[in-house]
Design a protein around this ligand. Sequence first.
Ligand code: F6P
Length: 319
Amino acid sequence: IQRVGVLTSGGDAPGMNAALRAVVRKGIYHGLEVYGINRGYEGLIHGEIQQMSVGSVADIVLRGGTILKTARSEEMRTVEGQQKALEQLHKMRLDALVVIGGDGSFRGAQTLVAQGIQIVGIPGTIDNDIAGTDLTIGFDTATNTVVDAVSKIRDTASSHERTFLVEVMGRNCGNIALQAGLACGAESILVPEIPFDLDEISDKLKRGHQRGKNHSIILVSEGVGSVYEIGKELRTRSGFETRITILGHLQRGGNPSALDAVIAAAMGGKAIEILLANDTNRMTAYINQTVVSCPLDAAYGARRPFDRDLYDLANELSI
Ligand code: F6P
């Protein structure tokens, strides 16, 4: 290979820039030409492509977001869109593409493999919902952001003796709620993977109150339903005053943590190694503290298992 394209796609995640920097610099180090594609597949389909240099990724290693910009491309889901993407790759004489994003982004990429494009996926999403890797780029930072926010909310919750329901991201998965909830000692954690019983939660609040506990934090993953409805119902059943905080997109911003920046760099480097070895249809994965290569379809061959043991532990610790 000689000319490699790189794009970021789907929801942005802290550390994407560090991964991009590694792809560009390691690629150039090994004599490749690296081309940045703006706005994910949207930019690919519409030809928004420019050559990257060592300097074009300077000063971005710890910057949140993605300098390439990103998009959720509906067009790439269509055969026509995929055809246009392929035409642009041919026009730019790009024989390989590195896709930094989630499983939806990888599916788009895989349609290009059959057309002879060398593809490597780098898992980047705050949700940590990609099968085949222990961690995705951005999850650690987002979880730390939630922990920081919850510790501030605890101050006011405790002063006013209130129960706070804090909604966190995770479209269909409770990974952020679980990890952040355990880290900050949330009284309850609601996730889409496990059914919950509001009477039990209400009883737990009452038990805590009898012991002298004057406030509570309940982490609610966005995938479980309306946090406003849950808050209202809990107030009715428990009699405690509730407040709602939706952390929303602030979870997607900020400098990457050291862990995310390191994983991102290692994955970017591994992606280039995979391409230089003439391998294709692969994904970089973080397994047992090492960045390795695995088949791209590991990302959606099965759902990433939810850590039930950790969830049970969190429950036991918040009796
Ligand atoms: O996939 C990452 C994520 O942040 C999810 O947690 C969330 O449900 C979704 O993206 C929000 O997407 P958007 O920014 O397009 O509204």
